[in-house]
Design a protein around this ligand. Structure first.
Ligand SMILES: C[S@@+](CC[C@H](N)C(=O)[O-])C[C@H]1O[C@@H](n2cnc3c(N)ncnc32)[C@H](O)[C@@H]1O
Length: 190
């Protein structure tokens, strides 16, 4: 499948950077502090698919020493400008060789795997697993199927009735209504 990561785009990145934790995003992030505090010991974290750094700064506020990685230079440019002391790295091809194996207590991924196709997911999960300490934890937040067939405080799908018949691996579309970019966001149905 020839899937393009729609976040490799300067104006979409600019628009995405205005998102904080309102509406549906409030719900997506709401339970993470409790989940992380229950399942993670230690303070070293990797934010996989950090985007413009919202999820990275969220972890920093929880007390983590965080490295954010992404494949979109446009998103990373804004992350670095917003959080000058943060550690944000481009990982072309999801090559994690620059990161020390066995050193992260937590890998957090918020909505990143919505944008990753098929077998690549498995490969990346395996490689992220190698970066964890022996008792480290991966926490992955992804969109549930219902996201793509209903209206939400932060998303609209009414212009994409074809989402209703999507099967695992198909491209599905949403519009993020909280930002000034009305173009469809393409995801890959889990
Ligand atoms: C929906 S944004 C979420 C950003 C951030 N986690 C947040 O919650 O604000 C998804 C991010 O995942 C990144 N992404 C997509 N595919 C990726 C991949 N294969 N490896 C790393 N990052 C990826 C995109 O470039 C984008 O910045």
């Amino acid at each position: 499948m020839n899937f393009v990561n729609c976040y490799e785009d300067a104006s979409r990145s600019e628009a995405y950077s205005t998102l904080e934790f309102a509406n549906t995003y409030y719900l997506a992030y709401r339970d993470l502090p409790a989940i992380i505090s229950e399942h993670v010991t230690g303070t070293r974290a990797l934010d996989f698919g950090c985007g413009t750094g919202r999820s990275t700064r969220f972890l920093e506020k929880l007390g983590f020493n965080v490295t954010g990685v992404d494949i979109s230079e446009d998103m990373l440019r804004i992350a670095r400008a917003t959080d000058a002391s943060g550690d944000y790295r481009l990982v072309p091809g999801d090559n994690f060789d620059e990161l020390a194996a066995g050193t992260f207590n937590l890998v957090l991924s918020v909505f990143t795997f919505d944008n990753i196709a098929g077998a690549t997911k498995t490969r990346i999960f395996r490689d992220l697993g190698r970066l964890l300490t022996p008792n480290g934890t991966i926490v992955s937040v992804v969109s549930s199927p219902e996201i793509y067939t209903h209206e939400w405080a932060s998303f609209s799908t009414k212009d994409f009735p074809e989402n209703a018949s999507a099967r695992c691996g198909d491209v599905v579309c949403t519009v993020i209504t909280d930002i000034q970019d009305g173009r469809a966001v393409e995801d890959i149905f889990w």
